[in-house]
Design a protein around this ligand. Structure first.
Ligand SMILES: [Zn+2]
Length: 236
């Protein structure tokens, strides 16, 4: 395995189909990367892994450090080996990410982007943990909580997934934020950067691990992929 490997646990389709059980301990996930994003058991908040430490931003707002036995449902992790690309001032999130992708001609590959600095305005989302029997991701999306803040310093972890992998992952950009002081974070919905430094890491390989020891996953009917697009755009 090269160091530029994206390790993914679970698929977005599993979440869409209500397969929300956390089946991988954080300690195991950390063997495959020291930076990343994800969600926990029952969609228990938005996860950020930074410098080998896992954090959760749940509906209460601030980030909390996670124990090593925390169970993960879905995650993308890699070993951080970024190099500096460019500084941006007063730019919208979407505009900035498009610029990074285009200038690196990276639209057909997995691509990791790290954005550090002052965010002028940022809006994030988190979900409330669900318990068995799990509702669909569509239902969970209706109970999401949104947070917004201004002039906050932190780190945004972004993975770009080529469109052909929609349903395996989240096609396009998937961004999670963590404030330096841990007061704020989550799945990023919108942001305006005040002054940030963007670093990049092209991903060469994609490794997918499925919960093959989980009976619910093994028994689920995962043949209907027609609603993936719609649900993922609403919830991820
Ligand atoms: Zn997310």
């Amino acid at each position: 395995m090269t160091k530029n490997t994206l390790f993914q646990y679970g698929t977005m389709q599993m979440l869409v189909e209500g397969l929300l059980e956390g089946t991988l301990p954080l300690s195991e996930l950390l063997k495959h990367g020291n930076i990343g994003i994800g969600t926990g058991d029952g969609v228990d908040g938005e996860l950020v892994i930074l410098d080998g430490v896992g954090y959760k931003i749940d509906v209460s707002g601030p980030a909390v450090k996670l124990p090593e036995d925390f169970k993960v449902t879905y995650a993308d992790v890699s070993f951080a080996d970024y190099h500096k690309f460019k500084s941006y001032q007063n730019v919208e999130l979407v505009e900035m990410l498009k610029d990074v992708l285009t200038k690196n001609n990276a639209q057909n590959q997995f691509f990791a982007i790290l954005t550090k600095g002052v965010f002028k305005k940022i809006r994030t989302r988190s979900s409330k943990k669900s318990h068995k029997p799990y509702p669909s991701l569509e239902k969970i999306a209706e109970n999401q909580v949104e947070f917004e803040t201004e002039n906050i310093t932190g780190t945004m972890i972004t993975y770009y997934t080529p469109p052909v992998f929609q349903g395996v992952g989240v096609s396009g950009f998937h961004n999670h934020f963590l404030a330096d002081d841990l007061s704020f974070g989550g799945h990023v919905l919108a942001a305006t950067m005040k002054g940030v430094v963007v670093s990049i890491q092209p991903i060469e390989s994609f490794k997918l691990h499925l919960p093959v020891d989980n009976q619910e996953f093994l028994n689920a009917n995962l043949t209907d992929i027609s609603k993936l697009d719609n649900v993922i755009s609403k919830s991820e």
